[in-house]
Write a protein that binds this ligand. Structure first.
Ligand code: SF4
Ligand code: SF4
Length: 336
């Protein structure tokens, strides 16, 4: 890791320079919420945002996309792998850790060329944040990103201490060396002090020790019925979750019955049809089963880390006010 300093007065010029690397996206305020949108100037950015509604996974696992077109008569098959360079500016550590988790699935376990290309074409720039009452990433071990980004900007008194993690990040810094300074002792002190303070700001905690086993052992407990009775089965919790990555695949055949396209789109395990398979069998027909499955999936350690990065989105956006941490505290027997 290389450490440099970006003085506050050079921030705008640095941001402007990012347009040389591709379309720049950053957090902007949209009504009462926030979202990653294309930004053309610093004034549009809302860097103090708590979380966006839709996580930055949307840049890599597209909500909806065409995978290929086909022509049965001509025996043709045409893939459409997108090749657009983008900069995602202002990602929080929890979302960077979520992207790392999705990388394990879409790059290491089941290489997906569409996903891979988008990841290669993206420059990821993280920004330090402060937790609100819904954040519990300190508990899930994802409050700090050690890698998975190109540059990470930590706010200090008179600018940013920048961590440079990749060659791509290094290139950006080298090309902007007129804007960059060496890190001095007082910058390091600011950085340490800010990180120390930040860790004391977390109000919500979840004890994840042994959680996976406790979830399995809670299979028949009444708690699932209690929450399933409140749940609308709307699927919002999946859509806003930065680690949910299930998708559905559909073939759309044109009226000529020879040509068409294959599409995929985000799916949700909280929807009834998610468990519906050929022959009409539904392997998760009830809301109790779907809710329990989601919590078991999030608490599982299949990818060597929890499938939850503690971002708080599923609680903030649940229309039934089902609070993720509260459910798991009940599973643990910490609250009744
Ligand atoms: S967002 Fe809330 S109401 Fe909707 S499916 Fe998830 S838990 Fe149920
Ligand atoms: S389960 Fe909820 S808190 Fe955890 S990563 Fe997903 S949306 Fe965030």
């Amino acid at each position: 890791m290389i450490y440099v300093k970006l003085p506050r007065e050079n921030f705008t010029a640095f941001f402007e320079s990012l347009k040389n690397y591709g379309k720049v996206y950053g957090p902007v305020k949209i009504s009462e919420s926030y979202g990653f949108k294309e930004v053309s100037n610093v004034a549009q950015l809302s860097l103090e945002y708590p979380r966006t509604m839709i996580p930055p996974k949307k840049f890599f696992v597209k909500p909806k996309e065409r995978i290929f077109e086909f022509d049965e008569e001509k025996m043709e098959y045409r893939e459409t792998v997108e090749n657009t360079e983008i900069v995602i500016f202002g990602i929080h550590p929890c979302d960077i850790n979520a992207i790392k988790l999705i990388d394990r699935v879409y790059i290491n376990e089941m290489p997906d060329k569409y996903y891979q290309k988008r990841r290669e074409n993206a420059l990821l720039i993280g920004v330090s944040c402060h937790p609100d009452e819904y954040c519990f990433c300190k508990s899930t071990g994802t409050s700090y990103a050690t890698d998975g980004f190109d540059l990470f900007l930590h706010e200090i008194n008179d600018g940013y201490l920048v961590r440079v993690a990749t060659e791509k990040g290094h290139k950006v810094i080298t090309q902007n060396k007129h804007l960059i300074r060496e890190v001095e002792a007082r910058d390091m002190e600011d950085f340490k002090e800010n990180e120390r303070k930040r860790l004391t700001e977390f109000k919500l905690e979840l004890n994840i020790s042994g959680l996976q086993d406790m979830l399995e052992l809670s299979h028949d407990r009444a708690i699932w019925r209690e929450y399933a009775d409140k749940c609308f089965g709307c699927g919002t919790c999946n859509l806003v979750c930065p680690t949910c990555r299930c998708y559905d695949v559909v073939d759309c055949v044109n009226l000529d019955l020879k040509t068409g396209e294959r599409k995929r789109k985000w799916d949700s395990c909280m929807l009834r049809k998610h468990g519906l398979v050929a022959g009409g069998l539904n392997f998760r027909p009830t809301r109790v089963e779907r809710l329990r499955n989601r919590f078991n999936c999030k608490g599982s350690l299949r990818e060597d880390m929890m499938n939850c990065v503690g971002c708080g989105r599923c609680t903030v956006y649940c229309p039934a006010d089902i609070r993720y941490v509260e459910v798991l505290q009940k599973v643990r027997g910490e609250i009744k």
